[in-house]
Write a protein that binds this ligand. Structure first.
Ligand SMILES: Cc1cc2nc3c(=O)[nH]c(=O)nc-3n(C[C@H](O)[C@H](O)[C@H](O)COP(=O)(O)OP(=O)(O)OC[C@H]3O[C@@H](n4cnc5c(N)ncnc54)[C@H](O)[C@@H]3O)c2cc1C
Length: 588
């Protein structure tokens, strides 16, 4: 029986932007794909180029977990990857996994009771609704269920990857001589964190050393290949194919040159296709403030958001991301940049806004960097912190050069570093640079009061450095505040030393960026995508940065992104593999 096609027309606004060349500022610039992301109802005469029980989209941690665990559950699997290479952003990463109550903690005698852990996750994921006395800490049912699923299953995912031979084992992110974990959760200083050490794990190499994201890519690819799971690179999934009952029964992928292929999914399609950092239009309309780029692979353009909307999915967490700070001009050169500026080195440095005022705790862990950029001043109708300035003195330039992106190696001349013998000269150099970037960053200028504000702020910071107490932003108090103490620093706070009263001074422009975004179609605890009435769309699953993250706005600790990617990739795999073969209306 032939079915009515509901194929949609191409995206007119994006095509218009592309054709007209408008929106050329950095907040909108970027490749605008001329692909129509959509759903279509399959026809009885549909022909399939390939088929499998489970079709997995992407090849990062979420997709690899989904593919491997679906295979282990008895499903025949195929992976479709848009890029020409395997591994996604995961391959660029540190490779850590945040897994509460994992078997390594238990072996070490580190308790991580469920109620305490859920309290911690709820507190940092949803601070705006967190309620200590409520049974679900003030969270809606589904948001609570997602946290619970991560607590219950993250350890199983980690152990599962070892059991099926992907990694020889995991170990704590860093350890003391006696094997006790050193590294803490990102919010270990909060009273709600009762098990601050041990949840962050790294995969091990065969020789027992700690691996990273490169190891994730290497080992999961080898595991996928050894199971004869086809990895089709250069395949951009662009359309969901549904049967007459609205069940997802396959996908269409676009190849180079515009050729398309169809792949039937007998049991389910699992997306692990990353976030939308590299779709500037989605960033403009959904994120809670302006970003200039991020370190996701350039192929992470939010394709699943567009397909999900077309399939009737509810969206979740679209205003959040795994935030970071970026040297602005590096991001303007290349939107997909791994040049990060999250925790700048040096104790005699501060970060200020266009008024010369500090914007926050410069040493706080990178994931806490986003919101300071997004402060909107309704009086001036501007984002005064949208571009910030990392300011430091000669000592920090010499001693801490190369310790983080905004401070280049000693002797290395970075085109992004501005200098001046006085603060007035430095301000003039900044003003000139801002003017030269106007086409990319808009009319962002220094306030007339910048130098006066900066001088006051340096004097205030220097007083804090003497006493060791940052009364404005509590720099150095958090366990994750980076310390880069100068030799011979006799000041009480290792993260603060008075900024010199003599030049030269240096400045780097800093803008907001992401590791990737983490909003998209809403899922339930089985990683099924939900529609706008909170009902699962049969056959459609997602995990990792392409879906509304279970973590909400929280970055629980090292591995806070790959952890849930692996957990929910596995959840999706187990659910999809258990499904009956779906009828698509044609004959097999
Ligand atoms: C320097 C750095 C260090 C980091 N360290 C850590 C860390 O230690 N721990 C941690 O938890 N996180 C870390 N992160 C973040 C982490 O890398 C990502 O959040 C995580 O890897 C995302 O995994 P994913 O599977 O969701 O997506 P990705 O790994 O980005 O994979 C998505 C894949 O989907 C593909 N794709 C996109 N659209 C389509 C389509 N339409 N069709 C087919 N394929 C498609 C993409 O090409 C890509 O390969 C770090 C990031 C960076 C850059």
């Amino acid at each position: 029986m032939a079915r009515r096609s509901k194929t949609r027309t191409p995206l007119t606004r994006r095509d218009f932007l592309k054709a007209s060349g408008t929106g050329s500022g950095a907040l909108l610039a970027g490749a605008v794909p001329a692909i129509a992301f959509s759903t279509a109802t399959v026809q009885a005469q549909q022909s399939w180029d390939r088929e499998a029980d489970v079709v997995v989209v992407g090849s990062g941690a979420a997709a690899a977990s989904a593919a491997l665990f679906a295979h282990e559950a008895g499903a025949q699997v195929v992976m479709l990857e848009k890029a020409d290479t395997y591994g996604g952003t995961t391959a660029r990463s540190g490779g850590a996994v945040w897994a509460p109550n994992n078997s390594y903690m238990r072996k070490k005698g580190l308790a991580d009771p469920k109620a305490d852990c859920l309290r911690y996750m709820a507190r940092v994921s949803y601070p705006q609704i967190y309620s200590a006395k409520d049974a679900k800490f003030g969270l809606p049912d589904n948001e609570y269920a997602l946290l619970e699923a991560h607590y219950d299953h993250a350890g199983e995912a980690v152990d599962g990857l070892v059991q099926i031979g992907v990694f020889p084992g995991f170990d704590f992110f860093g350890v003391e001589d006696d094997g006790t974990p050193i590294v803490t959760d990102h919010f270990a200083h909060l009273a709600e964190d009762k098990a601050p050490r041990g949840r962050s794990l790294l995969p091990l190499r065969d020789d027992g050393t700690r691996g990273n994201g490169g190891l994730w890519a290497l080992r999961t690819k080898a595991a996928v290949e050894s199971r004869n799971i086809p990895i089709l690179t250069g395949h951009r999934v662009s359309r969901l194919l549904q049967n007459g009952r609205g069940e997802v029964v396959g996908v269409q992928a676009t190849l180079g040159g515009g050729k398309t292929v169809t792949v039937r999914a007998r049991k389910g399609v699992i997306f692990g296709s990353g976030g939308f950092t590299h779709d500037p239009e989605l960033c403009l309309h959904y994120l809670r403030g302006p970003i200039f780029g991020g370190c996701a692979v350039p192929t992470n353009e939010g394709d699943f958001v567009r397909m999900g909307i077309d399939a009737g999915a509810a969206l979740a967490n679209m205003n959040n991301a795994w935030w970071n700070a970026l040297p602005l001009e590096a991001a303007l050169k290349l939107r997909s940049t791994t040049n990060l500026g999250g925790q700048p080195g040096g104790d005699s440095m501060i970060t200020v806004n266009r008024f010369g005022r500090r914007t926050g705790n410069e040493k706080i862990v990178w994931s806490g960097k986003g919101d300071a950029f997004f402060w909107y001043d309704p009086t001036t109708a501007t984002y005064p912190n949208m571009v910030q300035f990392g300011i430091y003195d000669q000592f920090t330039r010499e001693r801490f050069g190369g310790s983080s992106a905004p401070i280049p190696k000693p002797g290395v001349d970075s085109p992004f570093v501005l200098s001046g013998n006085t603060l007035e000269e430095l301000a003039a150099a900044i003003a000139q640079r801002l003017a030269s970037l106007a086409a990319q960053i808009g009319d962002f200028t220094l306030a007339d009061t910048f130098v006066a504000g900066l001088k006051e702020e340096i004097a205030r910071f220097n007083r804090f450095a003497e006493t060791g107490k940052d009364l404005d932003f509590r720099r150095g108090e958090g366990p994750m505040d980076s310390t880069a103490r100068r030799d011979g620093n006799d000041k009480p706070n290792p993260t603060m030393y008075p900024i010199s009263d003599k030049g030269p001074y240096y400045a780097v422009l800093i803008g907001a960026g992401t590791l990737d975004t983490n909003g998209g179609p809403k899922i339930n605890a089985s990683a099924q995508v939900l529609d706008t009435r909170d009902q699962p769309i049969p056959g459609l699953y997602g995990a990792g940065n392409c879906i509304g993250s279970p973590a909400g706005q929280g970055y629980w600790g090292h591995g806070g992104t790959i952890g849930p990617a692996a957990t929910f990739g596995r959840q999706a795999a187990l659910h999809a593999a258990s499904q009956p073969v779906r009828d698509w209306g044609g004959s097999d």
